[in-house]
Ligand binder design. Sequence first.
Ligand code: 13P
Length: 254
Amino acid sequence: MDKQRKLIIAGNWKMNKTVPDAVELASQLQTDLGKVTELDVVVCPPFTALSEVSRVLRASTMRVGAQNMSEHPYGAFTGEIAAGMLKDLLVRYVILGHSERRQFQNETDALVNAKMKAALAAGLKPIVCVGETFSQREAGQTEQIVGDQLTGSLAGLDAEPMQESILAYEPVWAIGTGRTATPEQAQQVHAFIRGWLSRRFDDTTARRVRIQYGGSVKPGNARELMGQPDIDGALVGGASLDAHTFIEIVRNSL
Ligand code: 13P
């Protein structure tokens, strides 16, 4: 299917992999996926492994992303990492507003919005995550919740930087649970998000922004998910920690 949007498959390693383990995984991926150009392949290791993984992937077509960053450019913010520091390590993408950070670090849409602007100002491509919980879905609030998250996270943004950004729909109930949204369920929300983009920005922007799906993506369900008209890639958690599995997901998405 020609969506005129290049698929983007990203592995979110979360808080996994020591530096030697990360180097080994990146090397394995590089061997198999290092020349892939039909779609964008990104890995997002923990901060501690970014430098070494960047080095391993330097000569490949694969790109490196971070899992979070500060909204500030520098200063007295103990324990934080600034966008410029990520740029130093050849990082191109940064995941923002992942539901685990919203849940465990109390990240709000306003904070995600500030981080997004800081990322774009530094030349990083943000991957902004949205998604409803199980009880919100059960209560029929999915579109309301996702719409509110988009309104807050993308506040004040112009169409041009929006087109450089990536959105990820990650239903919280599908993350790490083995319970994937069905392709139809995912497509429905992706179509809602694209309609939202069209109303908030314009048709061109809606047509250009890539929207990833995340939540228990596996080799067995990748093809069908990627075949949906408004799904433009995957944000893969658990299945990105094993080279063979992640390679299969990418291959099945081609
Ligand atoms: P799982 O693929 O482990 O469900 O995680 C999805 C995710 O949170 C990616 O950011």
